[in-house]
Design a binder for this molecule. Structure first.
Ligand code: IMP
Ligand code: MG
Length: 181
């Protein structure tokens, strides 16, 4: 199968500037309150690494794994979570870092799952807020970029496990994602 063509959406410089600004906002909001940052694997690994290095507050790091996609840009319709959290979240401030908020199903499942540990607060930070296919009223607390539509890859985001390593964000040309979900 030939790889689809890509068109540039967000450059490395745009991402860097916006991540720094968001990190300043998050640092100011939490100030000296201890914070646990939970990254959602695999997609958030690049964004999370940049974000935590731009924060000016100390944080603890943990990861949770979620998958809702098969090997294409069409949702499998179910969200699989695999939790191997090592951090005690009780009474802690938790910031979940996710790659893309799309239908909202993944993040709704995730926040409900994290809430069982009775943290002091839960907020959600997303690299991309894609509103077109939203099926829930979920709103992220921190949004790096908003886009209307398109299937995006790079900067941790994949299409069939390809392109995660790209340093900038691209859209798949001829994506079928408009009809998906
Ligand atoms: P949701 O449950 O529909 O909100 O889906 C969120 C998850 O779907 C994200 O964490 C991504 O893994 C994946 N996803 C949604 N849109 C895209 C995209 O444009 N590119 C890559 N992954 C996407
Ligand atoms: Mg994901």
């Amino acid at each position: 199968m030939p790889l689809p063509e890509l068109s540039p959406v967000l450059s490395e410089a745009e991402i860097k500037n916006r991540v720094s600004a968001l990190a300043r906002q998050i640092s100011a909001d939490y100030q000296d309150e201890p914070l646990v940052v939970i990254g959602v694997l695999k997609g958030a690994f690049v964004f999370m690494a940049d974000l935590v290095r731009s924060l000016t507050i100390p944080v603890e790091i943990d990861f949770i794994k979620a998958s809702s996609y098969g090997t294409s840009d069409t949702s499998s319709g179910e969200v699989r979570l695999s939790e191997a959290l090592e951090t005690d979240l009780k009474d802690r401030h938790v910031l979940i870092v996710e790659d893309i908020l799309d239908t909202g199903q993944t993040i709704e499942r995730l926040t409900a799952s994290i809430a069982r540990y009775r943290p002091r607060s839960i907020r959600v930070c997303v690299c991309i807020d894609k509103k077109e296919r939203r099926k829930t009223d979920f709103e992220a607390d921190y949004i790096c970029f908003s886009v209307d539509k398109g299937f995006l890859v790079g900067y941790g985001l994949d299409y069939a496990e390809q392109y995660r390593y790209l340093p900038a964000i691209f859209a798949l040309k001829n994506s079928t994602s408009e009809e998906a979900k």
